[in-house]
Design a protein around this ligand. Structure first.
Ligand SMILES: [Zn+2]
Length: 204
């Protein structure tokens, strides 16, 4: 890393997804960071702690994003890919620049990209978020919750298992507990898989 603009602090755009690193093309343009040939480093900070950084190299019709991403405390991965730019005419004259969302199958013209593993538009992040809900393994978690009720355990599969209710045969208890654990594993496996769906999406 290094280069012109090194250490510049990025002031995120208006958005409700505060936990995400955001790149606002209007900011890049205002700061002259879209000048072809220019390389800049931006960092995101929260409470004076740097929570992310990225190197941006501008070309006429694209910016190259370079940064490192760490998944679930796993190894760091170097990412390096282009985001294409599009220019439209403003009513009052002049040109406005947009990002074309680099997520596979998207290409939406947007002003702000949000970082997960890759930078993508709000719509793509919403899709990824929605895909973490109402999936078949929710059935597994509902079934597991029904068993928890029978066992008089606190609802919610992320809560620890409880003890055998008074008056229940041990055999019945073990059977229900086993069934419960299998369902919880199914549900958790599904959640993990879906949360990674978006991250594993090819870039272009
Ligand atoms: Zn998108």
């Amino acid at each position: 890393m290094g280069g012109i603009g090194s250490g510049r602090r990025y002031q995120g755009g208006k958005n409700t997804t505060n936990d995400m690193r955001a790149l606002d093309v209007r900011y890049l343009q205002r700061q002259g960071l879209l000048t072809p040939g220019r390389t800049s480093n931006l960092t995101w900070s929260r409470s004076d702690t740097v929570i992310g950084s990225i190197q941006i190299t501008a070309h006429a019709d694209q910016v190259i994003l370079q940064y490192r991403h760490q998944r679930h405390n796993g190894p760091w991965q170097n990412l390096d890919y282009p985001v294409y730019l599009e220019k439209t005419h403003c009513n009052l004259g002049g040109l406005r620049t947009w990002f074309l969302c680099p997520a596979q199958g998207c290409g939406k013209r947007v002003a702000i990209l949000y970082g997960g593993k890759i930078f993508a538009c709000r719509h793509c992040h919403q899709l990824a978020y929605q895909s973490t809900r109402e999936q078949p393994d929710d059935r597994a978690s509902r079934k597991a919750d029904r068993i928890r009720k029978k066992l008089d355990w606190e609802a919610g599969i992320l809560n620890p298992n409880g003890i055998k209710p008074k008056g229940m045969h041990w055999k019945t208890f073990h059977k229900l507990q086993l069934k419960h654990d299998v369902l919880v594993n199914q549900s958790l496996a599904g959640i993990v898989k879906r949360l990674r769906l978006f991250e594993d999406e090819p870039l272009i």
